[in-house]
Design a protein around this ligand. Structure first.
Ligand code: 9J3
Length: 312
Protein backbone atom coordinates (compact mmCIF):
# COMPACT_ATOMS: atom_id res chain seq x y z
CA UNK A 1 0.00 0.00 0.00
CA UNK A 2 1.35 3.35 -0.91
CA UNK A 3 0.58 6.67 0.58
CA UNK A 4 -0.63 9.55 -1.47
CA UNK A 5 1.93 11.54 -3.39
CA UNK A 6 2.63 14.96 -2.07
CA UNK A 7 4.49 17.66 -3.91
CA UNK A 8 6.99 19.81 -2.17
CA UNK A 9 6.28 23.44 -2.81
CA UNK A 10 8.73 24.88 -5.31
CA UNK A 11 10.46 27.96 -4.00
CA UNK A 12 11.81 30.75 -6.17
CA UNK A 13 15.28 29.29 -5.57
CA UNK A 14 14.61 25.67 -6.50
CA UNK A 15 11.31 25.52 -8.31
CA UNK A 16 11.07 24.50 -11.94
CA UNK A 17 10.90 27.05 -14.67
CA UNK A 18 7.28 27.07 -15.64
CA UNK A 19 6.43 27.03 -19.31
CA UNK A 20 2.83 28.08 -19.41
CA UNK A 21 0.96 27.14 -22.54
CA UNK A 22 -0.82 30.12 -24.02
CA UNK A 23 -1.70 31.15 -27.51
CA UNK A 24 1.01 32.95 -29.38
CA UNK A 25 0.61 35.85 -31.74
CA UNK A 26 1.67 35.27 -35.36
CA UNK A 27 5.12 36.82 -34.88
CA UNK A 28 5.89 34.71 -31.79
CA UNK A 29 4.67 31.63 -33.64
CA UNK A 30 7.07 32.27 -36.50
CA UNK A 31 9.94 32.86 -34.11
CA UNK A 32 9.12 29.64 -32.22
CA UNK A 33 9.02 27.68 -35.46
CA UNK A 34 12.35 29.13 -36.52
CA UNK A 35 13.84 28.18 -33.17
CA UNK A 36 12.48 24.66 -33.52
CA UNK A 37 13.99 24.36 -37.01
CA UNK A 38 17.32 25.66 -35.74
CA UNK A 39 17.22 23.05 -32.98
CA UNK A 40 16.40 20.33 -35.50
CA UNK A 41 19.29 21.41 -37.74
CA UNK A 42 21.64 21.26 -34.77
CA UNK A 43 20.36 17.79 -33.96
CA UNK A 44 20.81 16.52 -37.49
CA UNK A 45 24.34 17.87 -37.66
CA UNK A 46 25.19 16.16 -34.39
CA UNK A 47 25.59 19.37 -32.49
CA UNK A 48 26.52 19.22 -28.83
CA UNK A 49 23.07 19.92 -27.48
CA UNK A 50 20.63 18.02 -25.31
CA UNK A 51 19.35 15.98 -28.23
CA UNK A 52 22.77 14.37 -28.62
CA UNK A 53 22.30 12.47 -25.37
CA UNK A 54 18.69 11.38 -24.83
CA UNK A 55 19.38 10.77 -21.12
CA UNK A 56 20.45 14.29 -20.22
CA UNK A 57 18.07 15.86 -17.72
CA UNK A 58 18.05 19.42 -16.51
CA UNK A 59 20.11 22.46 -17.44
CA UNK A 60 23.87 22.56 -17.88
CA UNK A 61 25.46 22.18 -14.45
CA UNK A 62 27.56 24.76 -12.66
CA UNK A 63 29.58 24.68 -9.45
CA UNK A 64 26.62 26.45 -7.83
CA UNK A 65 24.07 23.94 -9.12
CA UNK A 66 25.91 20.81 -7.93
CA UNK A 67 26.57 22.27 -4.48
CA UNK A 68 23.10 23.75 -3.95
CA UNK A 69 20.82 22.27 -1.26
CA UNK A 70 18.32 21.50 -4.02
CA UNK A 71 18.61 21.14 -7.78
CA UNK A 72 16.36 22.41 -10.55
CA UNK A 73 13.57 19.80 -10.36
CA UNK A 74 10.65 20.12 -7.97
CA UNK A 75 10.36 16.85 -6.04
CA UNK A 76 7.38 14.74 -5.00
CA UNK A 77 7.48 11.78 -2.68
CA UNK A 78 5.54 8.65 -1.99
CA UNK A 79 5.78 6.27 0.94
CA UNK A 80 6.15 2.53 0.39
CA UNK A 81 4.99 0.68 3.49
CA UNK A 82 6.94 -2.28 4.82
CA UNK A 83 3.89 -4.52 4.64
CA UNK A 84 3.30 -3.81 0.94
CA UNK A 85 6.63 -5.27 -0.24
CA UNK A 86 8.83 -8.29 0.19
CA UNK A 87 12.59 -8.56 0.06
CA UNK A 88 13.22 -5.25 1.84
CA UNK A 89 11.60 -3.07 4.47
CA UNK A 90 9.76 -0.46 2.46
CA UNK A 91 10.94 3.11 2.07
CA UNK A 92 10.34 6.48 0.49
CA UNK A 93 10.50 7.29 -3.20
CA UNK A 94 11.55 10.82 -4.11
CA UNK A 95 10.98 11.74 -7.74
CA UNK A 96 10.94 14.75 -10.03
CA UNK A 97 7.34 15.94 -10.21
CA UNK A 98 7.46 16.77 -13.90
CA UNK A 99 7.51 14.15 -16.63
CA UNK A 100 8.13 16.73 -19.37
CA UNK A 101 11.69 15.53 -19.95
CA UNK A 102 10.78 11.81 -20.07
CA UNK A 103 11.89 9.06 -17.72
CA UNK A 104 14.68 9.29 -15.17
CA UNK A 105 17.45 7.03 -13.99
CA UNK A 106 17.02 5.73 -10.46
CA UNK A 107 19.07 4.93 -7.39
CA UNK A 108 18.23 2.86 -4.30
CA UNK A 109 19.94 3.81 -1.03
CA UNK A 110 20.35 1.59 2.05
CA UNK A 111 21.11 2.70 5.61
CA UNK A 112 23.71 1.17 7.96
CA UNK A 113 23.68 -1.23 10.90
CA UNK A 114 20.97 -0.32 13.47
CA UNK A 115 19.88 2.61 11.31
CA UNK A 116 16.73 3.41 9.36
CA UNK A 117 15.99 5.30 6.19
CA UNK A 118 15.90 8.53 8.18
CA UNK A 119 19.70 8.30 8.45
CA UNK A 120 20.10 8.73 4.71
CA UNK A 121 16.90 10.68 4.00
CA UNK A 122 18.72 13.92 3.12
CA UNK A 123 19.92 12.27 -0.07
CA UNK A 124 16.33 11.78 -1.29
CA UNK A 125 15.40 15.36 -2.19
CA UNK A 126 19.04 16.32 -2.74
CA UNK A 127 19.51 13.81 -5.58
CA UNK A 128 15.94 13.67 -6.89
CA UNK A 129 15.92 17.45 -7.41
CA UNK A 130 18.83 16.95 -9.81
CA UNK A 131 16.79 14.54 -11.96
CA UNK A 132 16.77 11.05 -10.48
CA UNK A 133 14.15 8.81 -8.92
CA UNK A 134 15.59 8.06 -5.48
CA UNK A 135 14.42 5.21 -3.25
CA UNK A 136 15.64 5.42 0.35
CA UNK A 137 14.86 2.09 1.97
CA UNK A 138 14.51 0.42 5.32
CA UNK A 139 16.00 -3.03 5.65
CA UNK A 140 14.11 -6.12 6.82
CA UNK A 141 15.87 -5.82 10.17
CA UNK A 142 18.31 -3.15 11.26
CA UNK A 143 20.95 -5.81 11.93
CA UNK A 144 20.97 -7.33 8.43
CA UNK A 145 24.50 -7.93 7.11
CA UNK A 146 25.92 -6.36 3.94
CA UNK A 147 25.16 -9.30 1.63
CA UNK A 148 21.52 -9.15 2.69
CA UNK A 149 21.49 -5.39 2.25
CA UNK A 150 22.76 -5.90 -1.31
CA UNK A 151 19.91 -8.29 -2.06
CA UNK A 152 17.48 -5.79 -0.52
CA UNK A 153 18.77 -2.92 -2.67
CA UNK A 154 18.14 -5.07 -5.75
CA UNK A 155 14.67 -6.07 -4.50
CA UNK A 156 13.93 -2.39 -3.98
CA UNK A 157 15.03 -1.52 -7.53
CA UNK A 158 12.88 -4.35 -8.88
CA UNK A 159 9.89 -3.08 -6.94
CA UNK A 160 10.61 0.46 -8.08
CA UNK A 161 10.73 -0.41 -11.79
CA UNK A 162 8.08 -3.12 -11.95
CA UNK A 163 5.47 -2.48 -9.27
CA UNK A 164 5.70 0.98 -7.72
CA UNK A 165 3.32 3.80 -8.53
CA UNK A 166 6.19 5.67 -10.23
CA UNK A 167 7.40 2.76 -12.37
CA UNK A 168 6.49 4.54 -15.61
CA UNK A 169 8.74 7.44 -14.61
CA UNK A 170 11.82 5.24 -14.27
CA UNK A 171 14.16 4.06 -17.02
CA UNK A 172 14.71 0.49 -15.80
CA UNK A 173 17.94 0.22 -17.80
CA UNK A 174 19.63 3.07 -15.91
CA UNK A 175 19.88 2.17 -12.24
CA UNK A 176 22.34 2.63 -9.42
CA UNK A 177 22.89 1.87 -5.74
CA UNK A 178 24.18 3.75 -2.73
CA UNK A 179 24.40 2.99 0.94
CA UNK A 180 25.91 3.98 4.25
CA UNK A 181 28.25 1.71 6.20
CA UNK A 182 26.80 -1.83 6.01
CA UNK A 183 24.46 -0.34 3.42
CA UNK A 184 27.52 0.78 1.49
CA UNK A 185 28.90 -2.73 1.86
CA UNK A 186 25.54 -3.78 0.46
CA UNK A 187 25.95 -1.46 -2.51
CA UNK A 188 29.17 -3.31 -3.38
CA UNK A 189 27.34 -6.63 -3.01
CA UNK A 190 24.53 -5.42 -5.28
CA UNK A 191 26.97 -4.25 -7.95
CA UNK A 192 28.80 -7.58 -7.82
CA UNK A 193 25.51 -9.45 -8.20
CA UNK A 194 24.04 -7.23 -10.92
CA UNK A 195 26.67 -5.92 -13.36
CA UNK A 196 24.01 -4.04 -15.36
CA UNK A 197 23.92 -1.42 -12.61
CA UNK A 198 25.35 1.83 -13.96
CA UNK A 199 26.73 3.36 -10.76
CA UNK A 200 27.52 2.45 -7.16
CA UNK A 201 28.42 4.87 -4.36
CA UNK A 202 29.26 3.22 -1.02
CA UNK A 203 29.48 5.84 1.77
CA UNK A 204 31.90 5.01 4.61
CA UNK A 205 31.26 1.43 3.60
CA UNK A 206 31.70 -1.53 5.97
CA UNK A 207 32.22 -5.10 4.81
CA UNK A 208 34.22 -8.12 5.99
CA UNK A 209 34.85 -8.93 2.31
CA UNK A 210 37.75 -6.68 1.31
CA UNK A 211 38.11 -7.74 -2.33
CA UNK A 212 35.81 -6.77 -5.20
CA UNK A 213 37.49 -7.66 -8.51
CA UNK A 214 34.15 -8.93 -9.90
CA UNK A 215 32.53 -5.49 -9.92
CA UNK A 216 31.79 -4.08 -13.38
CA UNK A 217 29.79 -1.07 -12.23
CA UNK A 218 31.48 2.36 -12.07
CA UNK A 219 32.04 2.82 -8.35
CA UNK A 220 32.78 5.87 -6.22
CA UNK A 221 33.93 4.90 -2.72
CA UNK A 222 33.56 7.67 -0.15
CA UNK A 223 35.62 7.25 3.02
CA UNK A 224 36.12 9.48 6.05
CA UNK A 225 39.57 10.27 7.45
CA UNK A 226 38.41 9.97 11.06
CA UNK A 227 36.25 6.84 10.67
CA UNK A 228 36.97 4.42 13.54
CA UNK A 229 34.04 2.07 12.73
CA UNK A 230 34.91 1.42 9.09
CA UNK A 231 38.48 2.75 9.01
CA UNK A 232 39.50 3.60 5.45
CA UNK A 233 42.69 1.51 5.72
CA UNK A 234 40.67 -1.67 6.26
CA UNK A 235 37.56 -0.75 4.29
CA UNK A 236 37.21 1.90 1.55
CA UNK A 237 40.89 1.88 0.57
CA UNK A 238 41.21 -1.88 0.01
CA UNK A 239 37.74 -1.93 -1.57
CA UNK A 240 38.94 0.67 -4.07
CA UNK A 241 42.28 -1.04 -4.72
CA UNK A 242 40.54 -4.38 -5.36
CA UNK A 243 38.29 -3.02 -8.11
CA UNK A 244 39.55 -3.67 -11.65
CA UNK A 245 41.94 -0.93 -12.72
CA UNK A 246 40.12 -0.85 -16.07
CA UNK A 247 36.91 0.13 -14.28
CA UNK A 248 35.76 3.68 -13.76
CA UNK A 249 36.45 3.80 -10.05
CA UNK A 250 37.30 6.50 -7.55
CA UNK A 251 38.13 6.86 -3.88
CA UNK A 252 37.17 10.10 -2.17
CA UNK A 253 38.38 10.52 1.40
CA UNK A 254 36.47 13.20 3.27
CA UNK A 255 38.63 15.48 5.41
CA UNK A 256 37.82 16.14 9.05
CA UNK A 257 34.98 13.60 8.85
CA UNK A 258 33.84 10.45 10.62
CA UNK A 259 31.72 7.34 10.09
CA UNK A 260 28.48 9.27 10.45
CA UNK A 261 29.32 12.23 8.21
CA UNK A 262 27.16 10.69 5.43
CA UNK A 263 24.12 10.88 7.75
CA UNK A 264 23.88 14.68 7.47
CA UNK A 265 23.68 16.99 4.47
CA UNK A 266 27.21 17.23 3.12
CA UNK A 267 28.14 19.33 0.11
CA UNK A 268 31.20 17.29 -0.88
CA UNK A 269 29.26 14.02 -0.81
CA UNK A 270 26.39 15.61 -2.74
CA UNK A 271 28.53 17.27 -5.42
CA UNK A 272 30.57 14.15 -6.12
CA UNK A 273 27.59 11.80 -5.94
CA UNK A 274 25.51 13.94 -8.30
CA UNK A 275 28.43 14.10 -10.74
CA UNK A 276 29.07 10.33 -10.56
CA UNK A 277 25.39 9.45 -11.01
CA UNK A 278 24.94 11.94 -13.85
CA UNK A 279 28.08 10.78 -15.63
CA UNK A 280 27.40 7.06 -15.38
CA UNK A 281 23.62 6.64 -15.07
CA UNK A 282 22.75 9.39 -17.57
CA UNK A 283 26.01 9.29 -19.54
CA UNK A 284 25.91 13.04 -19.06
CA UNK A 285 29.36 14.30 -19.95
CA UNK A 286 28.37 17.84 -18.95
CA UNK A 287 29.25 16.67 -15.41
CA UNK A 288 32.69 15.43 -16.34
CA UNK A 289 34.08 18.86 -15.40
CA UNK A 290 33.57 17.92 -11.74
CA UNK A 291 35.38 14.57 -12.07
CA UNK A 292 38.15 15.50 -14.51
CA UNK A 293 40.74 16.63 -13.71
CA UNK A 294 40.20 14.61 -10.52
CA UNK A 295 39.26 16.61 -7.40
CA UNK A 296 42.27 17.93 -5.49
CA UNK A 297 42.85 17.87 -1.73
CA UNK A 298 41.00 20.73 -0.06
CA UNK A 299 39.54 21.58 3.34
CA UNK A 300 36.81 18.99 2.62
CA UNK A 301 38.84 16.40 0.67
CA UNK A 302 41.73 14.57 2.36
CA UNK A 303 42.57 12.48 -0.68
CA UNK A 304 41.17 11.49 -4.07
CA UNK A 305 42.25 8.48 -6.09
CA UNK A 306 40.93 7.82 -9.54
CA UNK A 307 41.33 8.86 -13.12
CA UNK A 308 39.20 10.83 -15.49
CA UNK A 309 36.19 8.75 -16.61
CA UNK A 310 36.97 6.57 -19.60
CA UNK A 311 33.73 4.69 -20.28
CA UNK A 312 30.17 5.53 -20.01
O1 9J3 B 1 27.12 1.74 10.51
C1 9J3 B 1 27.42 0.54 10.28
O2 9J3 B 1 26.80 -0.19 9.46
C2 9J3 B 1 28.53 0.00 11.17
C3 9J3 B 1 29.01 -1.37 10.86
C4 9J3 B 1 29.40 -2.06 12.15
O3 9J3 B 1 29.54 -1.46 13.19
O4 9J3 B 1 29.53 -3.38 12.10
C5 9J3 B 1 29.83 -4.05 13.31
C6 9J3 B 1 29.35 -5.45 13.22
Amino acid sequence: MQATSQSSTPTPENGPVRHRRRSRGPLLGVLASAAALAGLATTLSGGANAAQNPHERGPAPTEASVTAPLGPFAVSRTTVSRSSVSGFGGGTIYFPTSTEQGTFGAVAIAPGFTARQSSIAWLGPRLASQGFVVFTIDTNTTSDRPASRGDQLLAALDFLTKTSSVRSRVDSTRLGVMGHSMGGGGALEAAKDRPSLRAAIPLTAWNLDKSWPEVRTPTLLVGADGDTIAPVRSHSEPFFQSLPSSLDRAYLELNNANHFTPNRPNTTIAKNSISWLKRFIDNDTRYEQFLCPPPQPSPSIAEYRGECPHTG
